[in-house]
Ligand binder design. Structure first.
Ligand code: MF3
Ligand code: CO
Length: 273
């Protein structure tokens, strides 16, 4: 069942989404080589609590941390730990909150130092594909139009692997609502999008092949070929002519540019294609 939100509800969801954006901005300010992912997770939990919200991932189907911190070949659901970030690592930071009973759930991938041109390009293209998917999230279109746009840009144009096992989703008073939003699909297929539907659109794109596996811990998803994977996620509300992006990357991107330990995709010297 797809649950469309009223305008007032969408404004509450915007507050939830923006709290995640704010938390991601705080993360962008502290990232540097030598920091442990467990300390990042602790900061995330404290930050969310200080803003009168709770981390929605904690205890979700038994998930044991505040956030998912996925380094290099970890696709999603990486456990924070005592491992220190190193120069050349990339990290997907995925955060969920419940604020005033409404969920926010979004993610950003950072590069700690220079991961090399190929991975920087993967980051740039994955972020671009998120916006190409969002462009299709308008009333009257179908869910498959979003996935088609993401897949065209990443798999068809750049030869990257689009993860099949994990998908975006509806968002509301529950973290996962209908519909599922795959990052692949056929144009004009799937459920029809209606105004007021809030979606978490989240391309998970591999540098190499699309195949992934889950570790013994039951959560950590890695690429089978051991190559890097990138993840970006926005919360968007379906509207008539243009989707309304409830989350916001602008402050995160500013903090990323200002942090001397982070390499941004703007620093790609020569785009490969
Ligand atoms: N953003 C992810 C999702 O949409 C993270 C949730 S997994 C959790 O599914 F278990 F950590 F909550
Ligand atoms: Co999500």
């Amino acid at each position: 069942m797809m649950i469309c939100k009223t305008n007032d509800e969408v404004e509450l969801m915007r507050q939830s989404a923006l709290l995640v954006s704010k938390t991601l901005t705080a993360v962008a300010q502290i990232l540097k080589p030598g920091i442990t992912t467990l300390s990042i997770d602790k900061m995330i939990g404290d930050f969310i609590g200080d803003h009168h919200a709770s981390p929605s991932f904690l205890n979700y189907h038994g998930y044991p941390f505040n956030s998912c911190l996925s380094v290099n070949d970890v696709v999603v659901h990486g456990f924070p730990g005592k491992n220190e970030l190193r120069e050349g690592d990339i990290i997907s930071v995925d955060i969920g909150v419940i604020l005033n009973a409404w969920h926010g759930d979004h993610a950003y991938t950072f590069a700690i130092g220079d991961p090399g041109q190929a991975i920087l390009q993967l980051i740039r293209v994955t972020k671009e594909s998120l916006y190409k998917g969002i462009e299709r999230a308008v009333a009257g279109n179908r869910v498959g139009d979003i996935g088609f746009a993401v897949q065209e840009h990443t798999e068809k144009k750049h030869g990257y692997g689009v993860v099949r096992e994990l998908v975006g989703h509806g968002l509301g008073k529950n973290m996962h609502e209908d519909p599922q939003v795959p990052n692949y699909g056929k144009r004009g297929s799937g459920p029809k999008l209606k105004e007021g539907l809030v979606l978490a659109i989240e391309p998970m794109i591999n540098l190499g092949k699309k195949e992934v596996y889950t570790e013994e811990d039951g959560w950590t998803v890695r690429t089978k070929d051991g190559k890097a994977s990138v993840h970006f996620e926005h919360d968007v509300c379906v509207r008539k002519d243009k989707a309304d992006i409830l989350s916001d990357y602008s402050a995160i991107e500013k903090a990323e540019e200002a942090n001397p330990h982070l390499v941004t995709t703007g620093k790609i010297v020569q785009p490969l294609t």
